[in-house]
Design a protein around this ligand. Sequence first.
Ligand SMILES: [Zn+2]
Length: 251
Amino acid sequence: MIKLVRPRLPSELESSLLRLTQELAGTPIADRSEHSDRMWDRKTVRRDVYAPVKDVLEAMAPGLDCCMYCGNHMADTVDHFVPKSRCSLRTFHWPNLLLACSTCNSRFKRDQHKGDGLVGSLLVDPARDDPIEHLDLGLDSGMYRAVEGSKKGQWTIDVCGLNAGKRPRARERAWRSLGGDLKDWARARDEGRPDDMSYYIWRMRDQPFADVCYAALHKAVSADADAIFIDVAPRIVALLRDEELRASLLQ
Ligand SMILES: [Zn+2]
């Protein structure tokens, strides 16, 4: 999971979302949940609201249509962070909308939601929380584990199935492929090939499970980096710390 910055929506789209929320607020409470489902599926809402919101969400995350929960590419749904069955008034609330793959949205997360009793959701919101404070990604295993003491981290792993199926193996491959891209990028720099350097930056940013790349960049400058990268070629670690490379990937 990667920390994201949620942009302001174009004012027309923001007004459309507000109007829909007002329409929902005017519906009797007993009918609100059912009405929100109907509104969400309304043809004009799909065309004039859902599609442009999805476009903004797609541009928010690095990678190609990166799922904001699991990091896989080809995320194809707008997900309600707090499910609309739990709070229908948030159906059209911009801060409640994230881009998700169908597996995270419909197979794992569904309408599950838990509060921590203090500050709200137990699910890590990548556009509000810093996922690194709750989730630690093992580069060699491709497995997420909760940062010690983070209930949010553990619940996010469980409810989004972050370690389910082939996801860890896919992240492990992404880590191996990142090493190759780093070396190719350095070679292109040494040989003065800026177009190729841009190409490798694009590959690293847009690969499926781009969360691996961001976890590696974070770990390379962390206090326990020497222990984490003990089995990794020093050249790879040096490249992960290279200021030019970091500036290109973290811009
Ligand atoms: Zn996903």
